[in-house]
Write a protein that binds this ligand. Sequence first.
Ligand SMILES: Nc1ncnc2c1ncn2[C@@H]1O[C@H](COP(=O)(O)OP(=O)(O)OP(=O)(O)O)[C@@H](O)[C@H]1O
Length: 299
Amino acid sequence: MLEASGLHKRFGNQIALAGFDLRIEAGEICGLLGHNGAGKTTFARICAGLEHPDAGGVRIGGLDADCRAAHALVGLAPQEIALYPTATLRENLRFYGQLAGIGRSRLRAEINDITASMMLTKVLDRTVATLSGGQQRRAQAATALLHRPAVLLLDEPTAGADPTTRQALLAVVRDRAAQGAAVCYTTHYLPELEELDATIAVAQTGRIIARGDRRKLLSGLPSLLEIGFAAEPSGALDEQVVDGTLRITTDRPAQTLTRILTSLGDRSEQVERVEIREPTLDDLYRHLTRTATETERVH
Ligand SMILES: Nc1ncnc2c1ncn2[C@@H]1O[C@H](COP(=O)(O)OP(=O)(O)OP(=O)(O)O)[C@@H](O)[C@H]1O
């Protein structure tokens, strides 16, 4: 549904994108991760036709992202609020809905539907300037969702949201993907990607450095085995026990634990606690971005 290939973009001396490739299928939620300045926003703006790449291109449903027909297929919720502050939320949504070409009676129904899903019904007739920061962000996301776009680009939509409204927004995103939308979801809050059952794309210095199924990417990382001792098993192990705890990163935690218990012999009675911590998305992100930075330093 969305296919970006070989995107390059420069702002003066600043390189924003340097060979950025990303494909997102219909019905897929892709979590786009990356440090500040990795190029995520520039990519989203190019997809929405708001910026033009210096090289490469984006296709939306087979159409060039620069054409009007492609623009109609895209909904972008940017980080910054782009609503009229002195108009009410209803007036803003009407304006954006009309721009998207939604007919009058469908527009009324869509406004009611999206504001109910986003827990914004009560503030529909308040001016945007009087809404809280979190409400304004949700209102911004509502404008992107209103015309039920086939491609949804959401740039940190839950920043500043409380737990209840965060859940409401995630439910809408899951719902839209279930209806067939391709979703590009930028976040720095990784547990959300578990909740969305998202695939992962990691951007660094203008390129995608890892892409794919979350579980597959995680399965390439070691687990952490922690063994707590009631008394130091001095001399029995090759590994160092610090403050009564032995910590080992290992691809095979069960086998490593068996080896350690065997080496301990009778002293295994001193083991008080065993914990195996599976790698998290945070570990994956740190691992990928560190590896990519080290590779860049070598070359
Ligand atoms: N209009 C612009 N003029 C100059 N430089 C820009 C412009 N837009 C982006 N850049 C630069 O391009 C690079 C990529 O920026 P971009 O906003 O795409 O990153 P990002 O991954 O979205 O970051 P963040 O997580 O902070 O939102 C940065 O170095 C940024 O300073």
